[in-house]
Design a protein around this ligand. Structure first.
Ligand code: HEC
Ligand code: HEC
Length: 291
């Protein structure tokens, strides 16, 4: 690097300067990366996304749809590459929807792709994709929860945003109108950020924790009904505390009979606080037939 005389010529000085600049840039990159990662590791206050329809642009509406799809909407819990629901992120849903509308098995009222996608979320049984129906119903009933009901509870703006996302992601025209007015003038609509993907404040009791982690989207429990996973209303008769705890921390260690491995998310342990896990285990251990 340095010439034998110990003095630098211009070229050498220039190359050292360049190295220093490159090094600083890479340091900045590393710090930016950490700055983005750290809050998630340490846990943040619940992130609330304020939607101000007046300020929405088409792009931010699609972005809201994407974050709703992977976050609050819990769509990726089922719509992923594990094979238990169509992998929407990899599929061209606009073309598929057009085919559904022509299909003899279609029983809904939609006349457009946009309406088909909305109907798929609000009454999933209008068309049940072959091979994905509730067990024993020969694909006449859908295991997908209605997304405007508990525990998912999307509002109309979020549902429209998800449709916009499903259209835009494969380069199709977005046909949903941007929301113009708030449902109640002046009222702010709050979209609670992803219960499962974002770290939010610890739940104060078991029922809240079960909602926060969307357990009831897949399990019948505490008044809600879902066929995706085993009915948990009497789980306390079948499993002891250790077994319940293991089912949550390491769902694939023991697979409940008649169900598939890989469906229940395996990352709850990393997302729950110790107290949330304890409350949920307690609650489930007390779910018994004679109570
Ligand atoms: C608990 C699992 C589950 C969740 C959560 C879920 N889905 Fe589904 N979804 C399914 C299954 C299974 C099917 C296939 C059976 C059917 O056609 O109803 C399906 C079907 C669909 C279809 C129709 C696909 C087609 O090929 O016609 C759309 C669109 C859809 N889901 C969108 C969504 C969106 C958007 C969300 C989130 C807001 C969501 N789903 C959440 C399980 C789920
Ligand atoms: C995306 C769907 C899904 C979600 C979300 C989900 N589960 Fe599951 N769960 C399943 C499936 C499918 C099984 C059966 C396969 C297995 O044993 O892993 C299961 C199994 C279980 C079992 C064992 C039941 C038995 O009879 O052996 C328990 C307990 C359980 N889940 C609790 C929970 C809790 C608590 C949550 C929320 C923190 C949750 N699950 C979220 C799908 C889900």
């Amino acid at each position: 690097m340095l010439s034998t005389s110990g003095k630098m010529n211009h070229r050498q000085r220039g190359s050292i300067l360049l190295k220093i600049i490159l090094f600083s840039i890479s340091l900045t990159l590393v710090f930016t990366l950490f700055a983005n990662l750290l809050p998630q590791v340490e846990g943040e206050a619940p992130v609330e996304q304020q939607i101000d329809p007046g300020a929405l642009t088409a792009d931010s509406f699609v972005a809201l749809g994407e974050s709703t799809f992977t976050g609050k909407g819990s769509c990726t819990l089922c719509h992923n590459n594990m094979g238990r629901a169509p992998d929407i992120l990899q599929l061209n849903m606009v073309d598929i929807s057009a085919q559904r509308l022509q299909d003899d098995r279609y029983q809904g009222d939609a006349n457009s792709v946009e309406d088909y996608l909305r109907e798929s979320m609000l009454s999933p049984g209008a068309y049940v994709v072959k091979g994905y129906g509730k067990k024993g119903t020969k694909d006449t009933e859908s295991p997908m929860p209605e997304v405007d009901k508990a525990p998912i509870l999307l509002n109309n703006i979020e549902i429209d945003a998800v449709i916009a996302f499903m259209q835009a992601k494969d380069g199709h025209e977005v046909t949903v109108a941007l929301p113009e007015a708030l449902p109640v003038p002046g009222e702010e609509i709050k979209a609670q950020a992803a219960p499962v993907t974002a770290v939010s404040a610890p739940a104060e009791n078991a029922e809240v924790a079960l909602g926060k982690y969307i357990c009831t989207a897949c399990h019948s429990l505490a008044g809600s009904v879902s066929p995706v996973g085993p009915d948990l209303n009497t789980v306390g008769d079948r499993l002891n505390r250790d077994q319940i705890s293991q089912s949550i921390i390491d769902p694939n260690a023991v697979i409940a009979e008649g169900f598939f491995a890989g469906v229940m998310p395996a990352d709850f342990a990393g997302k729950m606080t110790v107290s949330e896990l304890a409350m949920i285990v307690d609650f489930l251990a007390n779910q018994k037939a004679n109570q």
